[in-house]
Design a protein around this ligand. Structure first.
Ligand code: PRP
Ligand code: URA
Length: 219
């Protein structure tokens, strides 16, 4: 696993969440004996902490309220509701926890799967909220491997009007960060870990295997 200092040295633009709770929970998730139930719960818990990081500079405004003691001006979120965009299927594992933290967010879905031969992303579904250009768009998918899926999803969202975007994942490969930085330098990446490399099948090493299968128990 690479540290933030090592990533900076290699010129990879990414924010690593090194919080001990995130790291502990991720280690539990990686273990191959972990049940789908535990895997899903841990992913949900980690996504709370990732959500706090990605939302840390949301615009605020002051609002007049009255406490039981006296009136005051207090801060509330400003602007159009942000939108979470889940890259199906595995993105839904992160989405659930994000919605625990920001229940009023809008939600969109981009259905993509990786062709096992070419590793290219193939789109099969697209549905997103209106007024994309006016919202902060947070794209979620646990794995950034070649980055073909994330890059295709973000391009599709840009074509649909999105301008202010962030990408949140659980584990990224250096190859994926480099590729994503190249095509979408304007979209910051937030991740809990950056692993060693990709294997010949485009899987992250050591990674955690197939995120979708582990979330939904399909293998
Ligand atoms: C996984 C993962 C990402 C993609 C990452 O999805 O959830 O979307 O692979 O790989 P990439 O960076 O090389 O594109 P998968 O295609 O297995 O589909 P699934 O979520 O439906 O299981
Ligand atoms: N998709 C996954 O689910 N895992 C990987 O390691 C790579 C792509």
């Amino acid at each position: 696993m690479l540290t933030q200092a090592e990533l900076d040295k290699r010129g990879l633009k990414v924010t690593l969440i090194e919080h001990p709770l995130v790291q502990h929970k991720l280690t539990l998730m990686r273990e191959k004996t972990q049940s789908s139930t535990a895997f899903r719960s841990l992913l949900r818990e980690i996504s709370w902490l990732l959500c706090f990081e990605v939302a840390k500079d949301l615009p605020m405004r002051m609002k007049d309220i009255e406490t039981p003691v006296e009136p005051m001006q207090a801060p509330v979120l400003d602007g159009k509701k942000l939108a979470f965009i889940s890259i199906l299927r595995a993105g839904n594992g992160l989405l659930d926890g994000m919605l625990d933290v920001i229940p009023s967010a809008r939600v969109g879905h981009v259905g993509l799967y990786r062709d096992p031969e070419t590793l290219e992303a193939v789109e099969y579904y697209y549905k997103v909220p209106h007024s994309m250009s006016e919202r902060l768009i947070v794209v979620v998918d646990p794995m950034l491997a070649t980055a073909n899926s994330a890059a295709a999803a973000v391009q599709r969202l840009k074509d649909g009007g999105a301008v202010n975007m962030r990408f949140v994942c659980l584990i990224a490969a250096p190859e994926g960060i480099e590729a994503f930085n190249k095509v979408h330098p304007d979209v910051p990446i937030v991740t809990a870990a950056v692993d060693s490399h990709l294997n010949d099948h485009g899987y992250i090493v050591p990674g955690l295997g197939d995120a979708g299968d582990r979330i939904f128990g399909t293998k």
